[in-house]
Design a protein around this ligand. Sequence first.
Ligand SMILES: [Zn+2]
Ligand SMILES: [Zn+2]
Length: 399
Amino acid sequence: MENRSMRDLESRARELNGAIVETRRELHARPELEHDLPFTESVVVRELERLGLDEVKSAQGRGHGVYATLKGKKPGRTLALRADMDALPVQEETGLPFASTNGAMHACGHDAHTAMLLGAARLLAETRDELPGTVRFIFQPSEEVDSGATSMIESGALENPHVDEIIGLHTGNLWSSLKPGQIGWRAGPMMASTNAFKIGIEGKGGHGAIPNLSVDPIVIAAETIVRLQTLVSREISPFDPAVLTIGSIAGGKAGNVIAGSCEMVGMTRAFDPKLAEFLRERLRATVENTASSMRGRGTVDFIGYLPPVVNDPACAHKMRDILVDAFGKDWVQELALPSTGAEDFAFYLEKTPGAFFFHCSTFDDPERNYPHHNARFDVNESVLWTGAAAMAAYAKGNR
Ligand SMILES: [Zn+2]
Ligand SMILES: [Zn+2]
């Protein structure tokens, strides 16, 4: 009986692929940024309202966001399934017939996340008689910047009823060994913490020919960058993964002028929150001390922090067991290592146990696969139903 209903779920999910693709294309053509997603929200609300759920609510957060509730007919706990809905300020170059023309682009696959979660909601609403517990669907804004997860949590997305567990996935090209349609899972650390920072170096401007009367912030910046490379290589154990990158540097305008100041922007990644804190402290001390030892002034502003995504081992194993039992072992692959990418899904995991998975939607033809955030990024639409089926199967098997 149990396996039969899971097999029905699989065939129904296959049937729904066309509808999932249609929604994905509708969203893809009109991408929106950060918290400001009025069109995307209206599509999500329109689709959810067709399903006869118990509640569909616009989140009253820092912008747009939706959460909805489906009560199963069988007793059980409350599970949240989450998708993100925001796009990126990238000019699309895919040439697809439904490509965006508004200067923004779904270059990370969040259009597919939203469409797949709507598909999962439909699969579960159609079989609510056999659904245990309650399912909360969370459609959040602003994953790429300024945590929309926090905004959803503040709007009550994890309460009434209290959410016992949360599951999310990211589709695309995130793990090279995964095959299209497969779910990559991992117990424990899944994605890194990230800390974005801005470094200001103040010197004293002057004539390039008389450097002794100036304090050159460009030289201080160069020295600072070199010293910062030694934090990971000399102060952190080779067995503790960490990354420090300066991605941008700006200062000075002319070859014969010593600039008054210089600015750098970068980020750190780590899996252990204590290590992330250590990097913050040492970064600040290195910047301040390097600048003062060279007669300048260095400051660090931390402009955004995401905790690491750490999967609850029980939830991660449960997803594997449910998918293997229901659909076969080809559906899943255990990931040997975590990703140094970051995800604001981490904020939900600080509040409730859960797990985050990778859903592979690459193309068999490698020429069609581009990295996330690339202007030619695309997802393999023929496998979107597997993401919807995986989330729905988890909800059905979650007693
Ligand atoms: Zn992204
Ligand atoms: Zn993303």
